[in-house]
Design a protein around this ligand. Sequence first.
Ligand code: NAP
Length: 461
Amino acid sequence: MTAASAPPFRIAVVGAGPAGFYLAERLLARADVDVDLFDRLSAPYGLVRYGVAPDHEKIRNVTRVFDRTAANPRFRFFGDVEIGRHVPLADLRQWYDQVAFTTGAQTDRRMGIPGEDLGGSHTATEFVAWYNGHPDYHDRVFDLSAERVVIIGVGNVAVDVARILCRTPEELATTDIADHALAALRQARVREVVMLGRRGPAQAAFTNAEVKELGELPAADVRVVPAEVALDPLSRAAIDAEEDAATRKKIEILEGFARRPPAGKARLLTIRFLVSPVALNDDGAGRVRGVRVARSRLEAAADGSLRAVPTGDQEDIPAGLVFRSVGYRGVAIAGLPFDERGGTVPNRGGRVVDPGTGAPLAGLYVAGWIKRGPSGVIGTNKPDAAETADAMLADLAAGGGGRAAPAAQVRERVRAVQRECVDWADWLRLQAIEVERGRAQGRPRVKCVSVGEMRAALGAG
Ligand code: NAP
């Protein structure tokens, strides 16, 4: 069957973040494939819109690549449509030849220590979603009257949170940070931010460009404890054995921070290592008053990795606000198997499999963080999605498709259950409104931050 004579294969992709767009792009390269991309939010782009920090606007330029995919006449967007709520997975499976989930990792890992849920203890991802104007988080409240904030974890999300807290309102005012966040940060009394790494500097999850940027903040001195960045013999041996130039560079950057005298800037950012949180301390009224940490040393585990073991010394670090930034976690999808340990959908190369037998579940696929776990940068999703797309196209070629419902009928069925659903033309109008609002203030855009505001803007536009 040639592409021209073949009936179009119709594929649903659920989740309009980077993995969803990269998957759609690869699938649409085949002329006989149509893609419908669903998202539970009105706006597309997932973490590119709601995760990337506002002072990293350049990273958001990747949406231009996604927009090119969306301009393909065989692409449709269904925003504000939640699979499992508006449309059951069973219907989707009937309507399409294949269904792929690119729903990311929508919740957070827990640390499992006392005090995690005290008032004033939040996940970093809540804060990130709040300052980025995510409609589910725009009305969150954080007590920014605290002078010292502790961030648990030393990954790139922790770095983003630290940077936003250490920037001045003037620095943030030219970004697309949500207006409510800018207003709250203008009133903030935060003077000291402390990031806590449970292992050593060589194991820190942040990448070099991100940690280097912490040393360049106009209004914050960066400080590390010299003894905590001194490389231990196990880490040194691991770096040498792997000729790990990136980690060597990371250590150099941190040693540079250790040598640097404070410049007397208004804020102080301290990065600690070898301190494992053991509890969040209660002020007696249900609010956090600090973090108890166990000073730690590194020990080789059976698998060769280096893990933190307590030395026996503990320390209390006072703080009025705590952000837990210990990684994201995937959420189970009704109707699909789920690996509770990894927070992912069991799959082989993107084909969803029965965890008992290992057999593929026909027509079901995953890509991105729900497939491999929350690791890597935006670009990592491109090869990841390509692997899934190639498996999907191979399955179509093997005869697994060509029975989908007509596109017009699907649109009618979706509109029947969700009249408010947003299509790509709606999104382009909304985007133009946001950019126009931003232009007046010298900002890339001023985001609509609630579903109501988006609908009102579209209605008025
Ligand atoms: P991450 O890179 O996995 O970092 C999680 C951090 O939490 C690690 O330092 C980890 O330490 C620590 N941690 C985990 N469990 C802990 C516990 N029980 N107690 C104390 N610390 C604990 O996760 P992330 O920062 O959420 O980032 C997710 C992904 O998004 C990453 O791939 C990241 O690079 C990416 N991202 C990239 C950018 C960017 O490119 N600018 C920005 C944001 C996010 P251990 O190593 O000891 O487990």
